[in-house]
Ligand binder design. Structure first.
Ligand code: PLP
Length: 357
């Protein structure tokens, strides 16, 4: 069986050796030494501003929306994982969709200003598949209208843009370390922010605690445990290797699929990408469904990331988003992971060739 991804697991004895440190101290959560060490390693490796490790990649979005969006209208993308928009609604804000760019698949920054009203408080955009949004234009719009910028950077581990970690753009970036993501801690994630908002975000992710008896303000439990951090520390030494191996897979797909009537994701100029996904867009949904059926028959399971276009969710009633809906109906993420064999890629590519030409 081949799935869209395969979780990279470190050698078990290396994981156990790190876990032993938690056992020896009888300390398995509440920002123990493993969480602190992982925060430090990630900050140095990724060259980012402040970061706070969290128990998943959704809680950073909710915390950021709670603090910065203040139940207002939030301009967002319809082409992302459901967590982007469900977080907006969960925090009693109203999602206002802006359609996407047809080649980058990120929010179309030229259409943002038209969607701003007196109630708009924030922009929540996704660097989808690790492809950065047009961050400088978005920053200018936000400044002009006094809005906060939150990036759903769930796919962005290791991505840099214009020589800087992509996590450094916007007021807050949220990353996910879910088992299906490039860098994983089972469940887990991180909030990246500037020094100015660090304190508020930090208190918010730990019930608002300021010492055992005092409270700084309202908070929730967003803490990463030592058990999660142990996985992160065990995966960490392999991260460059993981990215290099994924690049080989993506390059092989691109070579073998070249010159077919298939659209690839266009990576924004100035980006050092992380090869987190390999989406292909077919000419029609009918072709996609045929390819999918034939691959499934071989026990190969690519995923329809992202379908449906989020403006079509059953609990949302918003205007059409023609580009997002069109892309969402025709896009398929092919399997990418360390250890995927060229012969398996050949098999998939042959099935695709039979259906598109
Ligand atoms: C995975 C993902 C999330 C949620 O992350 P979790 O760690 O699963 O909570 C949010 N946004 C996007 C775009 C994602 O792909």
């Amino acid at each position: 069986m081949i799935n869209v991804t395969k979780t990279f697991l470190p050698p078990q004895e290396e994981y156990n050796a790190i876990l032993k440190r938690a056992w020896d101290k009888s300390w398995i959560t509440n920002r123990g030494e493993l969480v602190l060490e992982l925060e430090d390693k990630l900050k140095n490796h990724l060259k980012t501003n402040a970061l706070i490790l969290t128990n998943n990649g959704t809680i950073p979005l909710q915390i950021a929306l709670k603090i910065f969006a203040n139940k207002g209208e939030v301009i967002t993308t319809p082409f992302s994982y459901v967590a982007t928009v469900s977080s907006i609604i969960w925090e009693n804000c109203k999602p206002v969709f802006v359609d996407i760019h047809p080649e980058y698949f990120t929010i179309d920054e030229t259409k943002i200003e038209a969607a701003i009203t007196a109630k708009t408080t924030a922009i929540l955009a996704t660097h989808v598949f690790g492809n950065p949004c047009h961050v400088s234009v978005i920053e200018n719009i936000a400044k002009k209208h006094g809005l906060k910028v939150i990036y759903d950077a769930a796919h962005c581990f290791g991505v840099s843009y214009k020589g800087e970690s992509v996590f450094n753009y916007g007021n807050v970036s949220a990353c996910s370390f879910h088992a299906t993501k490039l860098f994983q801690t089972g469940e887990g994630g991180a909030i990246f922010c500037n020094d100015e908002s660090y304190e508020t975000l930090f208190y918010s992710h730990n019930f608002g605690h300021d010492g055992p008896l005092d409270f700084h303000g309202l908070g929730i439990n967003g803490k990463m445990s030592e058990l999660q951090a142990a996985m992160g520390l065990a995966v960490f030494p392999y991260i460059d290797h993981i990215i290099i191996e994924r690049k080989k897979v993506v390059d092989y797909y691109k070579d073998t699929l070249a010159s077919l009537p298939i659209q690839f994701l266009k990576i924004r100029e100035g980006t050092t990408w992380n090869y987190s996904y390999f989406p292909v867009v077919f000419e029609s949904e009918a072709i996609l469904l045929k390819v999918l059926e034939q691959l499934n028959a071989l026990e190969i399971y690519p995923r329809r990331y992202f379908y449906p276009s989020l403006n079509k969710l059953p609990y949302i009633n918003t205007p059409e988003m023609p580009i997002s809906e069109s892309i969402a109906s025709r896009i398929l993420c092919l399997p990418v992971y360390l250890g995927l064999k060229n012969e398996d890629i050949d098999l998939m590519v042959n099935k695709i060739k039979q259906n598109v030409s």
